[in-house]
Every structure is written in structure tokens, then in C-alpha cells.
Write a protein that binds this ligand. Structure first.
Ligand code: ADP
Length: 497
């Protein structure tokens, strides 16, 4: 149980895991808006409540301003009615009202502390210009506002009155009021408390959903990993199937393809190994049979020894050829890195190869013709190019008829050079044409062996051609002859396809 919890936590701490990413995304997308929403809602309420409260008080102050003017309160603050109204107002809103006359003098303060003092502040001056101002101080919890006392009875633009007080237009004085915003704050606190409860409940819900979703959504990937591990550990070598999600189905499909490709490679490797063993064993078996039969005869004549020994030597040569060809093939499998590229005069190389093969052709009574259409110099690996050319010409001689011919044509355009080998030989059956490049494939096994074939020549040739990013094609008519056409780029293509 403890181990399970530990594994679970370890999995969650890995920030690069899909599960953690899903979890974090859901948490961020779910929780941040809830927190912002709560704060936005409270701020919105506060703004509206302050605005409303200010509006109400300002309206009441305006009405009061008319009463003040009617009672000539700015000059005489003894009016009981007005004083009662002012007290009521300040009690109602838990605030303070100061009445300031035209000469910036405070004529009434509901707190009774500033009466008689002069007050010159920006708000008051602005208010004298006819502007009603308000300012909310959230930190100290009050709303301050100034309302001009406007005498609508006096026409605008009159000169200062008899007392010489400074009056701007119709403004006779200013009411400077500050009211407490505690009640708004109180309501906000209550609201905030219930919003917080709601918020925590929702966060809890979102966390639960996020954990559940991150587990559910990543489970198919765990199943894929488990299935792949089972294949790796060898419980099964069947195709796996995890069809929960389209994504996992794709991964599994790709895995199955890789697996079946690996199976094909494995099969071909096994087949190759068994072919190699078989091919290497055949000469050994012949040698053993020859040696055994010599040993079985008590006093075998020397001629018989000589004859059998010659056979044994030819089997040894054969074994040698197979091993040499196999080594060439293995070298080819090392891919392009193994190429030793240089500029090679292909005409000279062909002449050299044909010169080497001419004695064999003569022995078979086969005429060897070389037609060079233009001089060719190409960037190739000389050793591998030699293998390509000599294998093709050798085959053309080997699988020929008596008094036959082999024609080699060398040509080039501005991109590739072509090396064509045609013969008047036995030809290749159509259904064998696709298989001749396979390792150890021979159309007629015993005939090929008789004439010293290993079945590896064309496999080596094709590998070498592909390493040069070239192509090899064959056309053949049984009984009439065969033509192999090799095309190799003049310039070696380093990374091209
Ligand atoms: P081998 O060592 O047997 O010649 P290769 O790989 O060179 O092996 O060739 C494979 C088979 O293709 C040969 O055994 C032969 O049957 C056939 N083949 C190759 N070249 C020719 C050709 N020019 N004419 C007829 N058959 C050919």
C-alpha cells in the first residue's frame, strides 16, 4: 500500500508526464477563473454600492442646500430645523457635514470642532466652480464628497454681494461631507465569506475532477506501455491491440508495423544463417566423402589419391569463394560509410576488367565486345565498381552458350553513366527475375555450382549499386539472352535520396 502511494506520488512529481500536465491544465483553467470571479464580483459590488451611496447622499445634500439658502443659513446658523436635518443626515450615514460659506469659512461642523476655521482645499475650490466631487477612501473606510450650495434665485454672473464674500456665479457655499463606508464593507465581508466557502467547494470539486481525468485519460497510455513491455519480455509475440483512444491505436499500429518488420528481418536473418551454413557445409561434406572413401581402401593406387585430392582442392577453392563473397556482402551491409569515393576513369576500369576476364571467355568460346560511346569519369568506389562490373560480365560469360557473345556498352549523359552487359546466353525465366538478387538464389542450383557460382554475385552487385545511389535493371528472354543495365550518378550524392 505504502509502495503504491509512493509510486503514485513519484509519477505525479514528474513534471514532464502527460498526467501532470493534464492535472495542471485543469487546475489552472478551473481554479484561476473562480478566484478572479470572486474578487471581480466583490469589487463590482463595492463600486456599485459606493456609487449608489454617494448618489443618495449627494441628492439629499442638494435638497438640503435649497433649505439652507431659504433659511439664509450661511449667515445665520441658528436655524433649528436645518441643524436637526444636518444632525439627522450625519447620524444616518455615520458621517460629518461641514458647511462652508463663500469666504471659505466653516460655518457649521456636525462634529462641532472646526467651526469658524478657514478651509482652502482643492476639492472645495473646485466645488466653488460648480462641480460636485466625491472620493472613496477604501483604506480608511469613508466617502468624501463636496456639493455646491447653488442659489438658483440669483441670476448668473452677478457681482459679489453686500458682505463682499467671494462667490463664483451662483455658488454661495460648499457642503463638505464625509460618510463612513463601514456598512458597505460589512456587507462585503459577509458576501466574501460565503463566496470563499463556495470557492473552496468548487476548488475541491475541480481538484477531484482533475485527478480523476488525468488518471482516466492517461490509462490507455499505461496499457500501451504494459502491452509493449509484455512483448519485450517475451510473454507474447502477437500484434498488440489497445483501441481505447485514436492516439493509442495509432501508437500501437506503428509499434505493430515495426514489430512485423523486425520479424521479417529476423526471419530473413535466420534464413540467411541457415543458407550460409548449408552452403559452407556442402564442400565440407564432399571433402569428407572423398577422404573417407580413400581411407576405406586399404591400398588405393596413387592415381586415385591424386584424382581425389584434385577434387578436394576444388572443393576447398569453392569454400574459399563462398567465404570471400560472404565477406564482400558483409562489407556492403556496413552501408554508405564504407565507400571510398574517388574520381575513376570508367573506360579504363572496364578495359582492365575485360582484359582480366578475356581468358575465361576464350575458354568458354565466348566473344567479348566492348563499345565505349564516350569517355566517362565518375566519382565512385573503385573496388565496389570493379565488383559490379566483373560480376555482371562474369555471369554473362558463365551463363552463355557455345560460340556465344557478350557485349558491354558504356555511355553517359550529363547526370549518370550507364553500363550495359548483354549476352547471347541461356536467359533467365520470367518468374525468377525478381529473385536473382536474393542471397544464394540460383535459377539452376546444380548448374550454377558446377560452374563455380555461389549465388551471392548479384546480391553483392545490387548492394554496391544502391550504395552509389544507382539502379540496376534486367531484361531477359529464355534461350536468347540477358541484358543487365546499371545506372550510376556521375557525381556521388552525399545525402540525397
Ligand atoms: P551465381 O554465383 O550463381 O552466378 P549470382 O547471384 O551471380 O549467383 O546470380 C544468381 C543467378 O542468376 C544465377 O545462378 C543464374 O541462375 C542467374 N543469372 C545471373 N546472371 C545471368 C545471366 N547473364 N544469364 C542467365 N542467368 C543469369
Amino acid at each position: 500500500m505504502l509502495k503504491k502511494i509512493r509510486d503514485f506520488i513519484r509519477q505525479y512529481i514528474n513534471l514532464r508526464s502527460l498526467r501532470v500536465e493534464i492535472l495542471l491544465i485543469i487546475l489552472v483553467v478551473g481554479i484561476v477563473p473562480i478566484i478572479l470571479m470572486r474578487q471581480g464580483m466583490l469589487r463590482n459590488y463595492e463600486e456599485r454600492a459606493v456609487q449608489q451611496r454617494t448618489q443618495t447622499v449627494q441628492n439629499q445634500l442638494k435638497i438640503l442646500a435649497d433649505h439652507l439658502l431659504n433659511e439664509d443659513y450661511l449667515n445665520n446658523t441658528s436655524s433649528q430645523v436645518i441643524n436637526a436635518e444636518l444632525n439627522m443626515l450625519s447620524n444616518l450615514y455615520d458621517g460629518r457635514v461641514q458647511i462652508i460659506s463663500g469666504n471659505f469659512k466653516i460655518v457649521k461642523d456636525t462634529y462641532g470642532i472646526s467651526e469658524g476655521r478657514t478651509i482652502i482645499s482643492e476639492e472645495v475650490i473646485k466645488c466653488y466652480l460648480g462641480e460636485s466631487l466625491s472620493n472613496y477612501d477604501a483604506q480608511n473606510g469613508y466617502i468624501e464628497m463636496t456639493v455646491p450650495i447653488i442659489d438658483n434665485r440669483t441670476p448668473a454672473g452677478t457681482a459679489p454681494d453686500a458682505q463682499g464674500t467671494f462667490s463664483v456665479g451662483q455658488v454661495k457655499g460648499v457642503m463638505l461631507t464625509s460618510i463612513s463606508s463601514d456598512s458597505i464593507r460589512g456587507t462585503m465581508e459577509v458576501m466574501n465569506r460565503s463566496a470563499l466557502v463556495m470557492q473552496y467547494l468548487m476548488i475541491l470539486f475541480i481538484v477531484a475532477v482533475a485527478i480523476a481525468l488525468s488518471v482516466v485519460l492517461t490509462r490507455p497510455f499505461e496499457r500501451v506501455t504494459k502491452a509493449i513491455n509484455e512483448v519485450q519480455e517475451g510473454y507474447t509475440d502477437e500484434s498488440i491491440s489497445v483501441p481505447d483512444l485514436a492516439e493509442t491505436a495509432h501508437i500501437v499500429e506503428a509499434f505493430n508495423q515495426v514489430q512485423s518488420r523486425m520479424k521479417v528481418l529476423d526471419d530473413s536473418r535466420q534464413e540467411f544463417v541457415s543458407n550460409v551454413s548449408h552452403e559452407l557445409k556442402t564442400p565440407l561434406t564432399s571433402m569428407k566423402v572423398l577422404a573417407d572413401s580413400l581411407l576405406a581402401q586399404e591400398d588405393a593406387p596413387a592415381e586415385l589419391y591424386r584424382e581425389f585430392m584434385e577434387d578436394i582442392v576444388s572443393e576447398i577453392d569453392r569454400e574459399n569463394r563462398i567465404i570471400t563473397d560472404l565477406l564482400s556482402l558483409v562489407k556492403m551491409d556496413k552501408k554508405v560509410g564504407g565507400l571510398n569515393i574517388s574520381a575513376v576513369n570508367i573506360n579504363e576500369l572496364t578495359e582492365l576488367i575485360l582484359k582480366r576476364l578475356r581468358p575465361i571467355a576464350r575458354r568458354q568460346d565466348v566473344e567479348l565486345v566492348f563499345e565505349s560511346i564516350r569517355p566517362v569519369v565518375a566519382e565512385v568506389d573503385e573496388v565496389k565498381m570493379t565488383l559490379i562490373m566483373s560480376n555482371l560480365v562474369e555471369n554473362a560469360i558463365k551463363y552463355n552458350r557455345e560460340h556465344g557473345w557478350v557485349k558491354v556498352v558504356l555511355d553517359a549523359d550529363y547526370q549518370v553513366f550507364t553500363f550495359e552487359v548483354s549476352d547471347s546466353g541461356i536467359g533467365i525465366p520470367e518468374d525468377s527475375l525478381v529473385q536473382i538478387y536474393e542471397r544464394f538464389y540460383r535459377v539452376d542450383k546444380s548448374h550454377s555450382r558446377e560452374i563455380g557460382g555461389t549465388g551471392l554475385g548479384l546480391a553483392i552487385t545490387k548492394s554496391a549499386v544502391l550504395m552509389h545511389r544507382g539502379t540496376i535493371t534486367v531484361t531477359s528472354t529464355e534461350g536468347e539472352g540477358t541484358t543487365f543495365l546499371v545506372k550510376i550518378p556521375l557525381n556521388y550524392i552525399e545525402t540525397g535520396v
